[in-house]
Write a protein that binds this ligand. Sequence first.
Ligand code: NAP
Ligand code: ZN
Length: 347
Amino acid sequence: MKTQAYAALSATAPMVPHTIERRELRDDDVAIEILYSGVCHSDLHMVRNDWGRAIYPVVPGHEIIGRVVAAGPSAHRFKAGDAVAVGTFVDSCERCDQCHKGEEHMCREVLTETYNGLDRVTGQPTLGGYSRHIVVKEAFVLRVPEGLDLSRAAPLLCAGITTYSPLRTWNVGPGSRVAVVGLGGLGHMAVKLAIGLGAHVTVISRSRAKQADALALGAEALLPTDDAQALAAAASSFDLIVDTVPTKHDINPYIPLLDIDGTLVVVGQLGDLQEPFTVPMIMGRRRVAGSMIGGIRETQEMLDFCARQQILPDCEMIRMDQINEAFDRLERADVRYRFVIDMSTLA
Ligand code: NAP
Ligand code: ZN
């Protein structure tokens, strides 16, 4: 099936309309008409080839909300009309210990990413959600629970699960003290989800102008990254710090903010950080860790949790032809707090 999409044809080219081919339904596939696609900073990293592994044309998009339009003969979980979601991956080996545990994102073989992955049958590059239709193996499709606003749910599929998973891994619950570094797409979801789990939350940001937003999101304070005195006063005061900054940066100012046995989990920067200074780690048994998205089971748990608690991202809806401007604004951290593309605007 041919369908309309938006693609980057090279690392320096703007996003342009592009016709793509979606595969014929395999037995366990569903075909989905995409209604909304979230715009993740990873989309921008991939389009610009920041990670050195982009395969052009790149059709980004791994925060997908849509409706099933057709199902293969052995796809029984969904039927036409169902509201569904697709996140950052669309296949895995389904055989290894991690896949069996429902931790497909930790698959011992290569995970098939929603875009810029390689289809496990044909070897062809996968193409993401900046398109009108997608075909996905049903085991990798999520159910959108009743009561979740479809027009705002898309960012949960990456920004949501990427921040929910470390909160759960490090047992955040009532009374936990959590700080979030960087108030962007991931950061604002980390704030909402941690509060939903009962934590006390502080935002650490370069942008003093985001203070009112941080408080409106339910955070108790905003610590400006350039305020040495405020950072010193916050020493040993957090159990978990979730760092969402998308570039190489210095985590040394944040490690001493952890209490003894606390963990700073990096989810933002995939690559170099400035060298960490080990004294506060050794002296306080503080840890620096990383975390990547989440498995299908945990992603469904997060969607159900958000529906029950009515936790939704703050979205700025854009038309498909505004994507280049949206990428520029994302680079300047000028988004409150996630762009979502209304895919009906892609004629
Ligand atoms: P975003 O919306 O652009 O937010 C990033 C925030 O980081 C900004 O709002 C800004 O907040 C802060 N920041 C600090 N230094 C910055 C700089 N030099 N440039 C831009 N922002 C800076 O990005 P996002 O969509 O949340 O994604 C954040 C990172 O997470 C990206 O690198 C993305 O690739 C990565 N990611 C990782 C996973 C994973 O599985 N681990 C999943 C999804 C995304 P302040 O103004 O408050 O400082
Ligand atoms: Zn993402």
